[in-house]
Design a protein around this ligand. Sequence first.
Ligand code: HEC
Ligand code: HEC
Ligand code: HEC
Ligand code: HEC
Length: 501
Amino acid sequence: MNPRYSLLLLGFCTPVLGADGLAIYTHGGAKPAAMACASCHGADGMGMAAAGFPRIAGLPEAYLERQMRAYREGLRANPVMQPIAAALTEDETRIVLQYVSTLPAPAYPQITRAAEARDAGAVLALRGDWPQGIPECVSCHGPGGVGVGGDFPPLVGQPENYLMDQLDAWRKGTRKGDPQDLMGRIARAMNEAQVSAAAGYFSALKPGTAVPAQTTDEPASKTANAAPPPSAAPSTSGFTPPAEDSLGDDPFSQLVRQGRALFVDTAREARPFVGNGMNCVNCHLDQGRLGGSGPLWGAYPMYPAWRVKDKAVDSYADRLRGCFRFSMNGTEPPVDGPVIQALAAYSYWLSTGARIGLAPAGRGYPAIPEPAGGYDLVQGQKVYGQSCAICHGTQGQGMKVGEGYVFPPLWGADSYNWGAGMARLDYAAAFIHTNMPLGQGNTLSPADAWHVAAYMNSHERPRDPRMIDGSVEKTRAAFHAGQPTLYGATVNGVRLGAGTP
Ligand code: HEC
Ligand code: HEC
Ligand code: HEC
Ligand code: HEC
């Protein structure tokens, strides 16, 4: 065969090879409508802010693929990208997206919830607007909005007008196809002022900006921004805690801020006392403010109190120390040390104006009845796969950015231990029903909440620190008898309770 002819043939059969990602990116696909990506997204993939062309460099491949499919199928309506997505062949799409996902993006600061929130954009990003059903953006998009895994794209590095357009598109229904309607539901809960505040915040973060450490000694400034601080919005529960920006810079306010930072970033701020990857806020949402999520203002006024668990009248400090021993699988901080002092001050401040000894509506986690036919681990596993695995991982392992968890683990070595309240099926079902999936509380049926709670707690986790003689049997008899828990039960041939290695 004529060598030139065979080359041509080869060219037809395999129109694009691995190295051609760059070629498609800079020159376009085979069809003229498949325009060169670089002409709009820039040679480096960092977009063009003035035109509102987004950054695509370094976005996760799974996310990129979903977006191109959404353009092709019309789930994402856009007159510029739809014809381009339609003109690319399947192979071209795959190859160019592979290339795009490997384009380097600069490192952005990882700003956590422990940082101050000084204006409406930062409040939304780092505190959320829970009374309106809006979690902190960073709780899904990672610290500083750097992105998490293949499903939660970075918000940093995106132009302000692009971010605003996307949120508006969800509000108008012209962008769909996000997994489990996780983003759509949140965008629809946002008002125009919040859209522009959030877009302004993330687009203004610059690469390499120093990561603000805990800034407990600086006052929160009062700003005249459009979006109200979370607690100023009407609360659905029986009590409204004071707004964060009512704190000054006096020693009391500083102690309160320190308590808040400990509460939201416990694994870092109280490292010596934490034995897993959890933070208090993981189970007490909205910084311990949210009714139905074990709010601190529901707890503080109710102590000292008799606790069956300890067979004693516990002070509030005792109660807090128990959280470290069980939920945090760690060791109890000294009762008069700085950790307990600051957490108690934070709780005391959140309870400003609450009635002592009178449980307010919204305390704890609202109990839900166990299904009449009992719980079902198979149904629980199904619910888990559909509604939970995208964030908490198929193995319940959670998801990290750097050292810290964004999505906390539900079982395994970094989770709460067998002595924790969450290891009880009734508490877990109640928490899950009211609070999960994140941003979609009260959407699971009570029965499904029980099924998935049981599935979650049918996996091994760190051992009960009260374990007697290494015996699950003895420990069960002493501490778990008569409680709704799978401690000591045998599931799939495994006797639960021995603990993770
Ligand atoms: C003529 C300009 C233009 C060209 C050429 C172009 N894009 Fe785009 N791209 C845009 C615009 C504008 C948007 C935002 C559209 C929207 O609002 O949905 C976008 C959005 C995207 C997104 C979604 C980003 C996100 O964060 O969700 C991806 C992925 C993408 N483009 C990939 C490509 C690829 C791959 C190519 C080359 C084959 C390409 N684009 C060529 C203008 C362009
Ligand atoms: C419950 C989880 C969750 C929370 C909380 C969340 N997001 Fe998202 N967000 C997502 C998911 C999932 C996507 C990807 C959607 C898709 O695949 O189409 C997304 C995508 C986005 C996008 C599109 C990015 C792009 O490149 O096109 C923007 C903008 C956005 N989110 C803004 C926000 C803002 C602002 C907040 C806080 C007010 C927020 N998100 C909070 C889950 C969340
Ligand atoms: C794994 C989830 C989880 C974590 C992490 C967690 N808690 Fe809790 N917490 C619970 C559950 C469930 C309850 C209610 C059941 C119980 O009494 O054990 C509770 C109860 C409380 C109460 C009493 C509430 C009341 O109304 O009486 C306080 C106070 C508290 N936790 C503080 C903390 C602090 C402080 C931390 C961090 C050091 C923390 N929790 C970490 C799940 C958790
Ligand atoms: C969109 C992501 C997302 C989905 C989906 C989701 N969660 Fe969560 N979940 C979170 C985040 C984030 C937290 C921690 C909240 C915080 O720190 O503010 C959390 C906390 C928890 C906790 C308490 C902390 C822990 O690790 O023990 C449990 C239990 C839990 N989720 C169970 C579930 C179950 C069961 C489902 C499915 C019905 C589910 N979640 C779906 C994001 C999610």
